[in-house]
Design a protein around this ligand. Structure first.
Ligand code: WT7
Length: 584
């Protein structure tokens, strides 16, 4: 059944954190939002304090903060008091190694309890935390640790040996490596995290941090160049907190499951910080996606708010709406999705499978938190991302004669832009002043996404304005993939694009021109796929490679990815006036 609007009843609105959108937008101020948190003496603010210790101080220490479900179904529970004690221990471990305020602490871990303890413990120590996705291969890891000047790395012994040790000598800044799942004799230059934790005290005073002190470093990808380190400060917690309330309707008695991995910003902002500042109970599943398992978790853990992604929804859809009906999912109050377009079919499927719409929302690594959302109290228009959060001014803009102009005509396409000034906005791309500055013009932050706004103020996603690829919800920079393939001795040129894929949204495909005298063959194709996978890891590596004699290039020698894509998909080639003549 198709829906053009899913109406919300007074019942749907009852008890919603945001029950009156227009009223809330009018009365909202970031100053008031900040007052919902405790802060530290002398106008200080620390994310970890607000997420954990604040609740212990207020007598809520016994409350379940984190329920961790292991791959083998083992359950480990952490109350707020347990989390406080564990993060204190971790902060003491850092202190013992002389790691202090501003130092960069990286993690390369699956969704293990240590990841959550390390994130919050590092912040408590005033250090900057940067989580890396565990499916990255050595190249993306090395690039990100080098850019951020990693001083500490928390990882497993297996990851260390495979993904870090081979190049460690090249990164002078890396002084401390703490290992989980560590053998009796840790490799040279590493320490057993478990032993260090056991030896540490569980008392620690949160290091004083100012709201503008750097807290989190999340990497994102552009079309060209190295990954960009988006710098977020402790003040971001104000946005994490209120957007969790407004967009995800988080209440203190909620059981919240964010399925994103903390290696990506959704898994940190909403998979760690937001549920904890809101004193909810969060579920963490160590295992990878599995439809039956997910329904079972929703049922057994009595999840009330579920934050997931279109990729997962598509996979669930593929298996049909009968399976969820075999489970008791009556605890579910709100389902939300983020990361890629959620098409109207996905929303309709939510109605069929759960009797509830899936609430799409939109944001980016740069924005640090949800900016546009469908709210529990508001009608859902399937296919729309919803409306701007209170405190957020969005617009559709275009460049006219070099000036940025707002387009107010309903459903006219332009670039989605936001008025800067909310607390979780990135403060910099680390060491990339110029790239950061280019994101702003005419008093707007330009998102790089194309969108439209309808007469009721709902936003509709159209596409990206650049060549960046979104695969399984993960942003992949084509340049990073091209660079890894270029390292192979047989390769002369590479262009990497995303092609539509029914499951992943987009699939990474590489077009390779070989050096003269080298024959294209199936064996070489496999070798290149293997090479890329080894260097980049399965999350980033191309799924397919095609050989070409030549790649379409501009006269200045830049590979025209857009044209590769148009040709592959049989679409109009658009403006090819800059194409090199012999290629036409
Ligand atoms: C890009 C940001 C999702 C936040 C954390 C990951 C795309 C995001 C939607 C949506 C269509 C979406 C945009 C955006 N995107 N949400 N609801 N509908 N597209 O952030 O990895 O920095 O990716 O994801 O293109 O710019 P990210």
């Amino acid at each position: 059944m198709a829906w053009d609007r899913i109406r919300k009843t007074p019942q749907d609105r009852a008890g919603a954190c945001l029950d009156d959108y227009d009223g809330c937008v009018t009365s909202f101020s970031w100053t008031q939002a900040r007052a919902l948190l405790d802060g530290l003496p002398k106008d200080g603010l620390n994310i970890s304090y607000e997420a954990v210790d604040r609740h212990v101080r207020a007598g809520r220490g016994g409350k379940l903060a984190l329920r961790w479900i292991g791959r083998d179904d083992e359950i480990r529970d952490f109350s707020y008091a347990d989390l406080a004690a564990q993060t204190n221990r971790f902060a003491n471990v850092l202190k013992r190694f002389g790691v202090s305020k501003g130092d960069r602490v990286y993690s390369l871990l699956g969704r293990s309890p240590e990841l959550y303890v390390a994130a919050l413990g590092a912040l408590k120590n005033g250090s900057v935390f940067s989580p890396l996705f565990s499916a990255f291969g050595p190249e993306p890891i090395k690039a990100r640790m080098a850019i951020g000047g990693a001083r500490v790395l928390i990882t497993s012994e297996a990851f260390y040996l495979r993904k870090v040790e081979p190049w460690r000598r090249e990164l002078d800044s890396l002084e401390v490596v703490l290992l989980t799942e560590c053998s009796a004799n840790p490799p040279a230059g590493t320490e057993d995290l478990g032993a260090a934790m056991a030896a540490a005290s569980d008392a620690f005073e949160t290091v004083w941090t100012a709201p503008e002190d750097m807290a989190l470093l999340h990497f994102t990808s552009g079309t060209t160049g190295r990954p960009k380190g988006a710098v977020h400060v402790h003040d971001a917690v104000v946005a994490h907190h209120v957007t969790g309330r407004y967009a995800l309707d988080l209440h203190a008695d909620d059981i919240f499951w964010c399925t994103a991995d903390p290696g990506w910003i959704t898994g940190t902002s909403y998979g760690i910080v937001s549920p904890l500042t809101n004193a909810a109970t969060m579920i963490v599943d160590q295992a990878e996606f599995d439809a039956e398992r997910w329904y079972r978790i929703l049922q057994d853990q009595k999840v009330t708010v579920w934050y997931t992604a279109p990729t997962a929804i598509r996979m669930l859809m593929k298996l049909g709406a009968d399976i969820p009906k075999r489970f008791d999912l009556s605890s579910l109050r709100l389902i939300a999705s983020v990361g890629e377009p959620l098409n109207p079919e996905g929303v309709a499927w939510g109605m069929e499978a759960f009797g509830k719409p899936i609430h799409d929302n939109w944001w980016q690594t740069e924005t640090g938190g949800i900016m546009i959302s469908n709210f529990r109290s508001m009608d859902v228009k399937p296919g729309s991302m919803g409306r701007p959060l209170p405190g957020i001014t969005a617009g559709i803009v275009e460049r006219r004669n070099g000036e940025i102009c707002e387009i107010t005509k309903p459903m006219a396409m332009g670039e989605l832009a936001l008025r800067p000034g909310w607390p979780s906005m990135m403060r910099a791309y680390l060491h990339e002043e110029e790239r950061y500055r280019k994101c702003f013009a005419g008093g707007w932050y330009l998102t790089g996404d194309l969108a439209m706004r309808d007469g009721e103020g709902y936003y509709w996603f159209v596409g990206r304005s650049d060549d960046v690829i979104k695969s399984a919800g993960h942003l992949i920079g084509p340049f990073e993939v091209e660079s890894a393939l270029m390292e192979h001795p047989a390769v002369a040129e590479v262009g990497v694009i995303g092609l539509p894929d029914p499951a992943a949204g987009e699939m990474v495909k590489a077009y390779v021109a070989l050096k003269s005298g080298i024959e294209a063959s199936e064996a070489l194709r496999k070798e290149l796929l293997g090479h890329a996978r080894k260097r980049l890891g399965p999350a980033v590596a191309p799924k397919d490679i095609a050989f070409r004699q030549n790649l379409p290039k501009t006269r200045s020698g830049k590979i025209m990815r857009r044209l590769l894509k148009a040709r592959e998909l049989g679409l109009p080639e658009g403006d090819i006036s800059t194409l090199e003549s012999e290629e036409r």
